[in-house]
Design a binder for this molecule. Structure first.
Ligand code: PEP
Length: 252
């Protein structure tokens, strides 16, 4: 376990056809240098994974799926397995995104099964956690995040933690234009790191990247990314546009 990586991750959600994905990623590859000291990950719909992995093969950009199922194979119509993702050179999978939790009602237990299945198939995991607006207003932010992390990482070993990235995404900040203040984000990130040190140890805590997500844009990254426990961002809306290239170039 070494020093933690600084990461810029995108999440396209249910956007871009394969044709649109190719055009955008070709531009991205051409405009983002290979010398960057940070990691760039792009979360794309299942249908674009193979093509995007192909276009980015000789670049710095790695691809992530936005979800997967926790069974190996079988009668699960419409689902995608870890092995299927691995086979098309997917390196990461985003799990427990707030849209999966809130729209598709995924539970901490299901997310935990997915986390373990991904790791056992050598997929790296971006585990998303974050509180709803009413939970923040009720002072429950840390309780919620602690529950999501403890349950999400249940049974995940210390060794496996080198393949886990945490993304703190307050739900009230996702797609709303309402970004958390650098202090709000830093306070939660610091608590998350302390929690990881309690579950594992200080080495694991120090080497786990914790990303902030929620309305990240070129205009607001400086304050956020200057905080000691914020190791990069998970970016939704801005990852669909030139803004993502700008973010990557700012971080160089
Ligand atoms: C996200 O989807 O993870 C996200 C943070 O979205 P946005 O940047 O659009 O708020």
């Amino acid at each position: 376990l070494g020093e933690r990586n600084f990461i810029l991750a995108g999440n396209w959600k249910m956007n871009k056809t394969n044709t649109e994905a190719s055009a955008f990623v070709n531009k991205l590859v051409g405009q983002i240098g290979n010398e960057n000291k940070f990691e760039i990950i792009l979360g794309v719909p299942y249908t674009a994974l193979d093509r995007v992995a192909d276009i980015t093969r000789s670049s710095k950009i790695k691809v992530a799926a936005e979800n997967m199922y926790f069974e190996d194979s079988g009668a699960f119509t419409g689902e995608i397995s870890a092995k299927m993702l691995k086979d098309i050179n997917t390196e990461y999978v985003i799990l427990g995104h707030s849209e999966r939790r809130n729209i598709f009602k995924e539970t901490d237990e299901e997310i935990n099964k997915k986390v373990k299945k991904a790791l056992s198939n050598e997929l790296k995991v971006i585990l998303c956690v974050g509180e709803l607006l009413e939970e923040r207003e009720d002072g429950l932010t840390l309780n919620v995040v602690e529950r999501q992390i403890k349950k999400g990482l249940k049974g995940v070993t210390k060794e496996d933690m080198s393949n886990v990235v945490i993304a703190y995404e307050p739900v009230w900040a996702i797609g709303t234009g309402k970004v958390a203040t650098p202090k709000q984000a830093q306070d939660t990130h610091e608590s998350i790191r302390r929690l990881i040190s309690e579950i594992y140890d200080q080495d694991v805590a120090n080497s786990t990247s914790i990303l902030y997500g929620g309305s990240v844009k070129p205009e607001n990254i400086f304050g956020l990314f200057s905080k000691p426990d914020i190791d990069g961002g998970l970016v939704g809306g801005a990852s669909l546009k030139e803004d993502f290239i700008e973010l990557a170039n700012i971080m160089r």
